[in-house]
Design a protein around this ligand. Sequence first.
Ligand code: PEP
Ligand code: MG
Length: 328
Amino acid sequence: LSERIKTQDTLPAITVDNCVMSLLVNAGLSLEAEKNDNPYSDGVGLFRTEIPFMMRERFPTEQEQVKLYRTLLQAQPNKPVTMRTLDVGGDKPLPYFPITEENPFLGWRGIRLTLDHPEIFLVQIRAMLRASIGLDNLNIMLPMITSVNEVKEAKRLINQALYEVSEEAAEKGEVIVAPKIGVMLEVPAVIYQLPQLAKHVDFFSVGSNDLTQYLLAVDRNNARVADLYDSYHPAVLAALYSIVQQANELKVPITVCGELAGEPAGTVLLLAMGYRKLSMNNHNLLKVKWVVRNVSLQQSEWLLQRVLKLDNPRDVRQEVNLYLETIG
Ligand code: PEP
Ligand code: MG
């Protein structure tokens, strides 16, 4: 099978009934960033900027960030690179910025922290913008969005940074292309605010890892309740389905960038629901492409309708895997 998977690497991700998918990669480790000249992907769907922050002993300077981001943007200048602003807190500590909380996953993480520290946010946004001089492939994505107000506040800061960096650039005769701005959909509250959010953003990206954790009230890193953490839970599937239907109606481009997007069974269900862009770890890309190239959209849609009636995540996976077995 792995040989068959490899031979398809440069072919497009298109189902047997001609439905085209975009497959992007998740990046974070600088090693991975280097590899992001991956010619088989359609771009970087999620760059977890907190990872380089976590590997240091102090906050990286603006100049250090510019260098890092520019490497990524330049690796494939014709493909989009979606950089997520710092998503620390929760399970992602910064050694030089300790946070002590009873309930870190419900606490000070992602956009909540950076809006309380605009100096950290502004340095990062300026670095992204400066890194994008002469290029037009930067997208900026905001993590852990719960309310429209957070988006408005973050955009106000982004516009401030854009103004500053554009002024500097103009003096040197350079132009900055305004990046597209999007939000992660990973806090269940946003499922009920998509029309309002759509007025302020250029794209959505579903973080199925946190969405699963928060919908099911299961800590994604707690071994004791690991059995309960399952992205194939009927409630998670219903949420994912509702989100894509709304996004398509609102005509807001949408990606899934959680682990589910890198799993064969997840791919089939997300495709059937209406998702056309999936972002995943590099090592899953060719496997997922193989799945896309061998399934049919129509059969996946029938399968989805059957699966949505099931009560148990185990039965869901089993049904989808049976279908995957029939295609090889
Ligand atoms: C997610 O929550 O699904 C996601 C992609 O972000 P992270 O795993 O970095 O929280
Ligand atoms: Mg997340």
